[in-house]
Design a protein around this ligand. Structure first.
Ligand SMILES: [Zn+2]
Length: 137
């Protein structure tokens, strides 16, 4: 099993209606064999697994060997500016998934992509402020 040090939260930086197939095509267009995320949460809250946790995905250069990547579909407004577009259903699924991953990897840090790359807005919300709501449970 891989050692997991970081669990990164992302947005796909697409419209919330983007499909899994469109995401996969985007990864292929970049020449990536592995997708950018292990898990993706669709606008209706459906959790889709794109890649097994034991395999390395392409979410954050320099961190991928020991990371799991989670993304919600969306994260930009209609003008392409960063915006927290999460639906209620996406928030619910995301929280449940992060709780589960935290339980599986209790020593891994959960953080937003932008926390290690200030040039990025991803995931368009503050992961730390929400995480405090449940981490001490
Ligand atoms: Zn990201």
């Amino acid at each position: 099993m891989r050692t997991i040090n970081n669990i990164f939260v992302h947005c796909t930086a697409t419209q919330p209606s983007a499909t899994i197939e469109a995401l996969r095509n985007g990864f292929r267009a970049r020449g990536w064999h592995a997708p950018g995320y292990h898990y993706v949460i669709e606008a209706d809250g459906t959790l889709r697994r794109l890649w097994a946790e034991e395999h390395v995905a392409n979410g954050v250069r320099g961190y991928n060997q020991h990371a799991i990547h989670v993304a919600y579909i969306g994260g930009i407004d209609t003008e392409g500016r960063p915006k927290d577009t999460r639906t209620c259903a996406q928030r619910t699924t995301l929280e449940a998934l992060l709780r589960l991953l935290h339980w599986h990897y209790p020593t891994a840090r959960i953080r937003g992509h932008r926390e290690v790359n200030p040039n990025k807005a991803c995931p368009s919300y503050d992961v730390q402020s929400e995480r405090q709501n449940w981490e001490e449970d």
